[in-house]
Every structure is written in structure tokens, then in C-alpha cells.
Design a binder for this molecule. Structure first.
Ligand code: ZN
Length: 277
């Protein structure tokens, strides 16, 4: 028990809130390696190609200086070698956008704060600094807000015609479709051309049912053409969408199985077509 002769010590006489303590950022230097040691197209061991220069990556928690290991297939008869496909850890494209410094978690958070909590851009700047120690300018918030709102377009912006031209030259299209669970129980779905690894579209979906996923697939197919084959993960909504709407397109729910089952023969045709070009 404490004795007091006045309450003055317990009263605050100015009503300015105390400044919050800004959380300290954690610095990390990371080299992102690729575990896969065999070429997914031909089974030949992948060889080290090069390591990228360090680039900054800001996540909600970390300031990362990131280098990425690139590998390649050197089997001259392989489609991956013919198309000069580089292999790197796929999580790079899932968590980082080309030429952008802020990681996907920060981008999703900006989208969330603006869309769901109706914060202004200035409030987002303040929030990111006070809650996470992240320094970002208001024009950047504006930029990332647009990206968050149109995530799919952002990944392929300005490249659409070129990508489509490349796909049109192939004897067939194989698309891979992957789902990545993100914060706030949404899932980021990404559709890629399996041959080049190029991202064709991505969307942050609230629902995982087959109709929602179908809408997203349809938008990408309209833009780049309908695939002849699809490879995906075991997502139930995705398998449902494939069965319900694209029953005439073979769907394989694992990359490795695809190549084992029907991929290798197809890859031979593709290899020939690429050699001609
Ligand atoms: Zn290969």
C-alpha cells in the first residue's frame, strides 16, 4: 500500500500521447538456395549457374539482403536447356515481386489496411513505422496499394504481348497453378507457364471454392490462351474447378508425376520446336 497526500502525481497535465517506441528491425543476410538437384524436365542433375547480386527485401519483420542461387540444366537434349530455363527457389516469386523492395506480406498488409480498415495513405505510413519500424513514403504506399488491389496485373504489367507471343510459338501449353496461404486466411493463387516459369496471373482469393478459382483461371486463360495440360497442387477447390469446368484438359496434381506420366514424351516435341526457333 502506498500513502499519498495529493493525487497530483497520478494526474497527467498534458494530453499529448507519449510517442510509441518504434520496434527495431532485424537485419539478415540471406542466400536463397534451391534444394532440387535434378532437372524436373529430364532428371539430369542441375548445375550451379550463378548467384545474383544482393538486393534489399523488406518484410514485416526483417530487413533482408538477399542473394539468389540460379541453377541450370546442361543436358543438351533437354527442353530446359534449349529454352535457357534458369532454376531458382520458387518461393522467390511467391514472396517478392520483380523490382520491388517490399515483400508480399507488407504489400498484403498495405492492401488490408486501406481496403478493410479504410486507413488513408498517410495513416498507413504512420502505422508501418510505429507498429513494425518500416520506413516507407506515401507515394510508395500509393504504388503498393495499387499492386495489392491488382496483384495479378502487377506481376505481368507491360509484358503481356511478349509473353503471349512466346506461348503462341509452343506446340502446346502447360500451366502450373499453385496456391499459397497468406495472412488473414486468404490464398494467393499463381498461374505460370511451366516451360519458362513465367507468371501469367495471380490473385488473392478470399474463397477457395471451385467457382471462385474458376473465375480466376478463366481470366488468365482468356488473356494467354487455354492450356493443353494443367499441373497443380492438391488444393481441393482447384481440383474441383479443373474437373467441373475443364474436364477435357488433363490435370495432374503434382509436377513430378506430370513429367513421369505424360510429360517426357511431350517435352521431346517441345524440345524439337524450340530447337527450330
Ligand atoms: Zn533437363
Amino acid at each position: 500500500m502506498e500513502k499519498a497526500l495529493s493525487l497530483i502525481d497520478f494526474i497527467k497535465d498534458e494530453f499529448v500521447p507519449e510517442p510509441k517506441e518504434i520496434p527495431e528491425r532485424i537485419q539478415k543476410e540471406i542466400t536463397l538456395d534451391l534444394e532440387e538437384i535434378f532437372c524436373p524436365f529430364c532428371g539430369h542433375p542441375l548445375e550451379y549457374y550463378y548467384i545474383s547480386k544482393a538486393r534489399p527485401l523488406i518484410t514485416i519483420k526483417y530487413d533482408i539482403s538477399l542473394k539468389v542461387i540460379h541453377k541450370r540444366c546442361v543436358n543438351e537434349e533437354c527442353v530446359a536447356a534449349a529454352s535457357n530455363r534458369r532454376f531458382y527457389n520458387p518461393s522467390l516469386d511467391l514472396y517478392m515481386l520483380p523490382k520491388k523492395m517490399y515483400a508480399m506480406d507488407v504489400i498484403l498488409l498495405i492492401g488490408y489496411l486501406i481496403q478493410q480498415e479504410n486507413k488513408t495513405e498517410e495513416e498507413v505510413v504512420k502505422y508501418l513505422l510505429e507498429e513494425h519500424g518500416i520506413t516507407i513514403s506515401q507515394p510508395s504506399v500509393n504504388n503498393y496499394k495499387r499492386i495489392a488491389l491488382a496483384l495479378g496485373e502487377a506481376l505481368i504489367m507491360g509484358n503481356e504481348e511478349k509473353i503471349k507471343g512466346g506461348l503462341d510459338e509452343l506446340p502446346f501449353r502447360v500451366y502450373s497453378i499453385d496456391g499459397l496461404s497468406s495472412n488473414r486466411s486468404r490464398t494467393l493463387f499463381i498461374i505460370r507457364d511451366l516451360i519458362s516459369g513465367t507468371v501469367l496471373g495471380s490473385a488473392l482469393l478470399d474463397k477457395h471454392d471451385s467457382d471462385t478459382i474458376h473465375d480466376f483461371m478463366e481470366a488468365v486463360f482468356k488473356k494467354f490462351g487455354t492450356p493443353d495440360y494443367m499441373v497443380g497442387d492438391g488444393e481441393r477447390g482447384l481440383i474441383g474447378a479443373a474437373r467441373k469446368y475443364y474436364s477435357d484438359i488433363p490435370y495432374q496434381y503434382c509436377h513430378r508425376h506430370f513429367l513421369d506420366n505424360l510429360g517426357k514424351d511431350l517435352m521431346k516435341d517441345l524440345y524439337k520446336a524450340l530447337k527450330k526457333n
